[in-house]
Ligand binder design. Sequence first.
Ligand SMILES: NC(=O)c1ccc[n+]([C@@H]2O[C@H](COP(=O)([O-])OP(=O)(O)OC[C@H]3O[C@@H](n4cnc5c(N)ncnc54)[C@H](OP(=O)(O)O)[C@@H]3O)[C@@H](O)[C@H]2O)c1
Length: 263
Amino acid sequence: MHSRSPRLHNYWMARYGLSGTYVPLEIESGRLAAALRALPALGFSGCNLTIPHKQAALAVVDTVDPLAKCIGAVNCIVVKEDDSLAAFNYDAFGFVESVREAQPRWRPDAGPVVVIGAGGGARAVVAGLLEAGAREIRLANRTEARAQALAGEMGVAIAIVPWHEREHALTGAAMLVNTTSQGMQGEGELDLSLAPLPRTALVCDIIYIPRETPLLAAARIRGNPTVNGLGMLLHQARPAFHAWFGIMPEITPELRVMIEATT
Ligand SMILES: NC(=O)c1ccc[n+]([C@@H]2O[C@H](COP(=O)([O-])OP(=O)(O)OC[C@H]3O[C@@H](n4cnc5c(N)ncnc54)[C@H](OP(=O)(O)O)[C@@H]3O)[C@@H](O)[C@H]2O)c1
């Protein structure tokens, strides 16, 4: 019910002259399958899914896009003409596009990428980085087994870094991404000194509240370029809108200001 998606999609509905509306629906965990199966009869073109439904939906839908399968979570469902349900995950696209937009000269294969965290957000970020062409990912998570599971599923280009060695892993890195909840409003700061990180390295945080986390502030002060999580949120919505209505919508300055006002 706190999602920004209704504002985003209803802005685009109006901008592209579509008659329809995007509504937030609160679904109990045990009723996800019934709710999704009702979408065609209710006339929905599809839906987005957020916590806690992103994994559970995999078992309900009829087809799962390979990237969503690889990430292990669904954030968008499309109702097909035959009323079947097709599942996708556009968070990886959202992350990569947001970095490209903010840093047009960014190259995923410029050097080692350090990813902190191994939750749902990390899965999307790692899948996006690998698909974009990253050649070396160093992954550190407080619970190492979770990082190992992620690496086991996603590929050989991922090196697991023990949590207590995460700062050491910043040496020579071209990019750092925080995917943990640390730094989010109401949470503690991420416990990470940037001292070994080259000042040219791009520092990203997928958190968007606040727009500048303590990690991004520390990176900016020492001269590193930074990207926050707002672009990921905005860009993951574009292919979803396209999948439902055949229009790839634009992130206009007006839309950005409107969403920024809510964060
Ligand atoms: N911009 C966007 O569009 C977007 C998209 C997705 C997520 N996000 C943001 O990303 C963040 C994570 O979301 P998620 O869905 O990935 O959550 P999640 O699946 O619950 O994962 C949370 C991650 O944070 C780590 N963590 C939690 N507390 C920690 C602590 N005290 N010290 C160190 N690590 C800690 C967890 O480590 P353990 O495994 O050890 O518990 C895990 O790696 C949230 O702030 C969310 O809003 C943003």
